[in-house]
Design a protein around this ligand. Sequence first.
Ligand code: PGA
Length: 255
Amino acid sequence: MDHLKKPVIAGNWKMNKTIAEARELALNIVNGWTETGATLILIPPFTAIQEVRRTVNGTEIYVGAQNVFWEDQGAFTGEISPLQLKEAGCGFVVIGHSERRQYFGETDETVGKKVLAALNHNLRPIVCIGETLEEREAGQTLSKITSQLENSLLTLSENDFQKIILAYEPIWAIGTGKNATPAQAEEVQAYIRNLITRKYGKEVADYAIILYGGSVKPANAFSLIKEKDVDGFLVGGASLEAESFLAIAREALRA
Ligand code: PGA
């Protein structure tokens, strides 16, 4: 198991960018990134994966996908298989993003199946968990996190668990411009690491990568990454421009 360099900065482009636009963005990121010591992952829409993969060839920048189905092939119209993602050049795949859970009916159960399928094909899952505003206001944040982890992740073998990247994304902070404060992120992320310690031991927990996501920008990246249990970011909106994505990565590296 080779460990990724922390900080890990992943850019989720969501349903944005044509192939040509994706190539340009990837190229600007490649050309602008001269630093070492961090892990960058670009997560374009399916149609642009292969082109982005070509563009980052020969660099240390990785490519991921935004979703995956759990079967290898078959009559599943509109779905994409882990085999297809591997062939296109993905090393990572986002699973259980809150937008998938909210708009496309994904549950902890389907997340669990997707995680296993990805692992079977050597795709490293980036699994998103997080609470809604109502859950936070009702004091249910930590219980939500616990159930999301226990239902789909803490059942994995130690070996499999070590391949996973976790992303804590409070749903109320995604795309709203309202990020969690560093203290709010740290409270939950320390709690997550503690659950990992209890299940797999301290060494696994120390190496575990726990990203924060939700309105990360160059202006808030430094204060968030300074928290002990924030190992990097899953960036949405600010990953759509090379300049802001790279600025976030540099801020993360500066800490
Ligand atoms: P945002 O999205 O940075 O635009 O808030 C984060 C995410 O959805 O991963």
